[in-house]
Design a protein around this ligand. Sequence first.
Ligand code: SAM
Length: 262
Amino acid sequence: MTDPQTALLDALAPAPPSGQGPRLYVADTDLAEGASVALPAPQAHYLRSVMRRGPGDTVVLFNGRDGEWQAAIETLSKTGATVLCRACLRPQPEGEANGPWLLFAPLKRGPVDLLAEKATELGAARLQPVVTRFTTAARVNATRLRSLTIEAAEQCRRLSVPDMADPMPLARLGDGWPADRTLFVLAERGEAPPAAAAFAAHAGAPAALLVGPEGGFADSELDGLRHLPFVTFVRLGPRVLRAETAAIAGLTLWQALAGDWR
Ligand code: SAM
C-alpha cells in the first residue's frame, strides 16, 4: 500500500505521450535493438524522482542519428540507470539535419534562453552566436543554452538537437560559408523586400537567418553584409521587433513557406 504522499506524487507525475514514456537524448550512444544504454545520474534522477518511473517502465531514446527507440528500464538508482533498447519507433528524419541555421547576436539571459528554446522547437539545425558592434551580452553560456535545446528537443519530439556553435565575429561570417546556403539578413531598416516572397522563392533550399542585437546592426556591418554573394536582405513587416521576436517570427515564416511545415 503506497503512502498518501507517494500516491499524490505518482498522480502528479507528468503523463507520457501516447503510452511511450519519457523522452531522453543520449548523444554519444548508438541505438539499436538489444543495445544496453547507460544513463548518467541526472537522467536517472529525472526518471526516478520527477517522472516516478522504475525498472520495467518504458522510456524513449534518441541520439540525433539512429531514430527514436523504445527502451525498458533495467536498473535505476541515484547514481545512474541502464535501459535496454527494444524497438525503433521512428526512423531518423533526413529533414531535421537540413533545417535552417539561426545566427544571432548574443542577447541578455532571458531573451537568449527564449531564442534557443523556440529555435529548437521551430526546427533550427544550428545555433551560431555572432558578435556584432552593438552586441550587449559579453558572453554566451553555451552549456546552459545546450541544455535548454536538449530539453526543448525532448519536449517537442524532435529526433535531433541543434548544433551549438562557438561565438564568432561578424567579420568572419564569410570564412568557409557553404555556397549552397542562403543567408537571409533580417533587416529592420532600409528597403529590404518582404521575407515571405524571398523565403517562398527559396523553398526547400538550405537557409540561414541572421538577427542583430538590441541595438541593431551598424551601417558599416550592413554594407559589409550586402557584398557577400550568399546574402539576401529581408524585412519582417513594418514594425521594429525585439531580436528574439524577429528570430522566432523569421523561423516560423521560413518553416511555413519554405521548410518542413509545408
Ligand atoms: N536598431 C533597431 C531599432 O531601430 O531600434 C533595433 C534592432 S531590433 C531590436 C534587433 C534585430 O531584430 C534587428 O537587428 C533585426 O535583425 C531584427 N528585426 C527587428 N525588426 C525587424 C523587422 N521588421 N524586419 C527584419 N528584421 C527585424
